[in-house]
Design a protein around this ligand. Structure first.
Ligand SMILES: Nc1ncnc2c1ncn2[C@@H]1O[C@H](COP(=O)(O)OP(=O)(O)OP(=O)(O)O)[C@@H](O)[C@H]1O
Ligand SMILES: [Mg+2]
Length: 608
C-alpha cells in the first residue's frame, strides 16, 4: 500500500512550487528589467555628456591644436570624473585624459573598439564592457567629429565607470532579496501550519480507522479535517456502527448455538466442506467417550462406520452442487446401543459443510421389542383357552341336539367370534414373527403369477359369494422375482381379500396388473370400491388401523392385513403404497407394491 510520497510531502512540495513561482519569478523578472533600464539610462546619460563635450570643444577658444586638445580634455575629465580620448580616423590615439601627450603613442590602436566602429557608421556609438585596467564595468560613448581647428577629424570618446550605478542596483537587489526571504519565511511558516492542521485531521481519522480495525469497535471519528471529508466520516462511522451491531448479533447467535449444542441430548458432529470433523458436543462425548479426539478426523476414522461415511460424502457432495439432501442412517454401537443419525448440509455462501446428529434410539428399540414380545406372548397364551371355547362350541353345534329358544344362534355367534379371534391371533403371531425377523424366509427366484393364483384360489369362495370378479394380468415374458413363496401368497391374499371385501356387492371388479419397471416388478391391485380418503392413505398400513371401524354388511377385520403386507415387503427389499382414487378413474383404490427382480438382486440374496 506504499504509494510513494506522503500526503504531507506532496502538499509541502506543491506549496513550495507555488511560492517559488509566485515570488521568485516576478522578483527575478523585475530585477532584470530594472537593471537593463538603469544601464540604458546610464548609456543615454553618457551619450548626452558626449554631445555636450563635443559642442564645448567645437566652440572653445584657444590654439585649437593637439596640445590644446590634450590640455582641455584633461581639465574637463578631471571635473566631469570621466576619461576622455580622442582617436584619429586610423585608430591611433591622439589625446587621452588618462595619459600624457608624449605617451599616447604607446597606446594600442583603438580602431577595433566596438563603440569606435559604431561611431563611424552611425552618429553615435556606445558600449558597456568590462575593463581590466579599471577593474570594473565602463560605459564607453564615441562620436565622429570633423575636427576642431587644427585637430584632424576623428572620434571623440568618453568612458565613465558603471560600477557606481551597478552598486546602486545591487543594493536595491539585496533589499529585494531580503524582502523575498522574509516573505518566504513567513509563507513557509503559514504553509507548515496549514499543512499540519490538515494532516493532523487526516491522521486522526486514520488512527480511529486503525483502532476500529484492531477491534476498538466503539471508536468513532469526531474531528472532521474539512467539509469535504464529512460524507466520508459519516459513512465511516455508519460502517463502524453496523459492524458493531453485526458482531453483537453474531456473538449472540454464537453463544445461542453454543448453548443449544451443549444443552442438546442428541450428539452432534460438525463437518467442514472437506468432510473433516470440526467440533463435537458434550452429548456426543457421552455416546462416544473418545469424541473430543475426533476433531480433524473423518467420520469413518471416528466411528468405523462405512455406511455413515458414505452418507456424509453423499450429503457433502450434493451440498457442494447446491442440492439440499438430508440422509438418515441407523447405527449400532459396540455397546449394543442404537443410533439414528441425521445428516443435514449447512447451506450458505460458499459451501460450509454438514451437521451430523446422533439420536439414541436404543430405548425406543427396546420398547418396541418389549411390545412385540408381549403381543406374541399374549397371543400365544390366548390360543389354548380360545381353542377349547371354539372346540366346545363346535362340538355342541355338531352334536345334533335340539336347543330350545335362541341357544343355537348364540352358539353360532360364539363360534363365529371365536373363529375371528383365532384369525386375529394368527395375524398377530405372524406379524410379530415377521417384525422380529424370526419368520423363516427362503428367498428364491419365482414367478409372482403363481403366488397370485394360489391366493386367488383361496378367495374364490368369498369372491363368488360377494359377486366380485377377480382378473390377473401378468407379463407374458414373466420375469422372476426374488421372494419367499408363502409370504408372497400372503401379500396377495391380504390385498385381494381387502379388495373383494370393499368392492361393491354384485358388480365388484378386482384387477391385478404386473409390469417390469427398472429392476423391479411392480404389481397393482385395483378395485372399484369406495376408495380411501387421502388422510388415511398412509395410515392404513399401521397395525389395527381401520378407516371405518367394522362397517355394517362387511366381514369385520382386525386391521392387521396391510401391516403384515408392509413388513413382508420390507423384508424383501420392496415397498408398498396406496392410491385412491385409482389413477385415471374417479373411484376405487389401488395398492401398488414392488419387488426386486431375481437377476438384479443376486447380491441382495446374500445380504438377507
Ligand atoms: N381395497 C380397499 N378399499 C377401501 N378401504 C380399504 C381397502 N383395503 C383396506 N382398506 C382400509 O384399510 C383398513 C386396514 O386394512 P387391513 O387389511 O390392514 O385390515 P382389515 O382388512 O380391516 O383387517 P384384516 O385384514 O386384519 O382382517 C381397512 O380396515 C379398511 O378401512
Ligand atoms: Mg384386510
Amino acid at each position: 500500500m506504499n504509494s510513494g510520497f506522503s500526503f504531507r510531502n506532496r502538499l509541502v512540495l506543491a506549496f513550495w512550487a507555488v511560492l517559488f513561482l509566485a515570488l521568485l519569478g516576478p522578483a527575478l523578472y523585475f530585477g532584470h528589467r530594472i537593471k537593463s533600464e538603469v544601464r540604458e539610462e546610464a548609456v543615454q546619460e553618457v551619450a548626452r555628456q558626449l554631445r555636450a563635450l563635443d559642442w564645448t570643444l567645437g566652440h572653445a577658444g584657444g590654439a585649437r591644436d593637439l596640445r590644446w586638445l590634450d590640455a582641455t580634455i584633461k581639465g574637463l575629465a578631471a571635473r566631469l570624473d570621466m576619461r576622455i580620448t580622442y582617436i584619429a580616423d586610423g585608430g591611433q590615439v591622439l589625446a587621452d585624459s588618462a595619459f600624457s601627450l608624449d605617451r599616447v603613442g604607446e597606446l594600442e590602436n583603438h580602431a577595433a573598439r566596438p563603440e569606435v566602429l559604431e561611431a563611424r557608421r552611425a552618429p553615435m556609438g556606445a558600449s558597456l564592457r568590462y575593463s581590466a585596467s579599471v577593474g570594473g564595468e565602463l560605459i564607453y560613448a564615441a562620436r565622429s567629429t570633423s575636427g576642431y581647428g587644427r585637430v584632424p577629424p576623428g572620434v571623440l570618446r568618453i568612458a565613465k565607470p558603471f560600477t557606481r550605478v551597478t552598486a546602486l542596483v545591487d543594493r536595491a537587489g539585496g533589499h529585494l532579496l531580503a524582502v523575498l526571504a522574509a516573505s518566504f519565511l513567513v509563507a513557509a511558516i503559514l504553509v507548515a501550519l496549514v499543512i499540519k492542521t490538515m494532516t493532523d485531521g487526516v491522521r486522526g481519522m486514520v488512527k480511529v480507522a486503525m483502532d476500529i480495525g484492531e477491534g476498538g469497535l466503539d471508536k468513532r471519528i469526531t474531528t472532521v479535517p474539512g467539509r469535504e471529508f464529512a460524507p466520508l466520516v459519516k459513512a465511516f462511522n455508519g460502517m463502524a456502527e453496523r459492524i458493531q451491531a453485526n458482531i453483537a448479533t453474531i456473538t449472540r447467535q454464537k453463544s445461542e448455538s453454543e448453548a443449544i449444542l451443549n444443552g442438546m441430548r442428541a450428539g452432534v458432529m460438525v463437518l467442514n466442506a472437506e468432510g473433516r470433523i470440526v467440533r463435537t458436543n458434550p452429548a456426543l462425548e457421552e455416546m462416544f467417550p473418545a469424541a473430543p479426539a475426533y476433531v480433524g478426523k473423518t467420520p469413518l476414522e471416528a466411528t468405523l462406520e462405512p455406511e455413515l461415511q458414505q452418507a456424509c460424502e453423499e450429503v457433502l457432495k450434493n451440498g457442494q452442487e447446491g442440492l439440499f439432501s438430508q440422509r438418515r442412517v441407523q447405527l449400532r454401537s459396540d455397546s449394543d446401543r442404537h443410533y439414528e443419525v441425521s445428516l443435514v448440509p449447512v447451506p450458505g455462501e460458499g459451501f460450509a459443510g454438514a451437521i451430523v446428529v446422533f439420536h439414541d434410539i436404543s430405548e425406543i428399540k427396546r420398547l418396541a421389542n418389549v411390545r412385540r414380545d408381549f403381543v406374541a406372548n399374549v397371543s400365544h397364551e390366548l390360543r389354548t383357552p380360545l381353542t377349547s371355547i371354539k372346540g366346545y362350541a363346535e362340538t355342541m353345534l355338531d352334536s345334533g341336539e335340539q336347543f330350545s329358544g335362541n341357544a343355537r344362534s348364540f352358539l353360532e355367534v360364539i363360534r363365529k367370534n371365536a373363529d375371528h379371534m383365532d384369525r386375529m391371533l394368527d395375524d398377530l403371531l405372524q406379524l410379530s414373527r415377521i417384525e422380529s425377523g424370526k419368520a423363516r424366509m427362503s428367498l428364491e427366484p419365482m414367478d409372482a403369477a403363481n403366488a397370485f393364483r394360489s391366493a386367488e384360489k383361496g378367495l374364490a369362495a368369498l369372491a363368488a359369494e360377494r359377486g366380485v370378479a377377480v382378473v390377473g394380468d401378468f407379463p407374458a415374458q414373466r420375469p422372476k422375482v426374488l421372494a419367499d413363496f408363502d409370504q408372497l401368497v400372503q401379500v396377495f391374499r391380504n390385498l385381494l381379500e381387502n379388495a373383494v371385501k370393499y368392492a361393491p356387492q354384485g358388480r365388484g371388479r378386482v384387477e391385478v396388473r404386473a409390469e417390469v419397471r427398472g429392476d423391479e416388478l411392480v404389481v397393482a391391485v385395483d378395485d372399484n370400491g369406495p376408495g380411501i380418503a387421502p388422510e388415511h392413505l398412509d395410515r392404513v398400513f399401521e397395525r389395527f388401523y381401520r378407516v371405518d371401524k367394522g362397517a355394517r354388511g362387511r366381514p369385520a377385520g382386525t386391521g392387521l392385513g396391510l401391516a403384515i403386507c408392509r413388513h413382508i415387503l420390507k423384508n424383501h427389499n420392496g415397498s408398498i403404497r396406496a392410491r385412491s382414487p385409482v389413477p385415471g378413474r374417479d373411484g376405487g383404490t389401488r395398492f401398488e407394491f414392488s419387488l426386486p427382480l431375481a437377476r438384479a438382486s443376486a447380491d441382495q440374496t446374500k445380504a438377507t
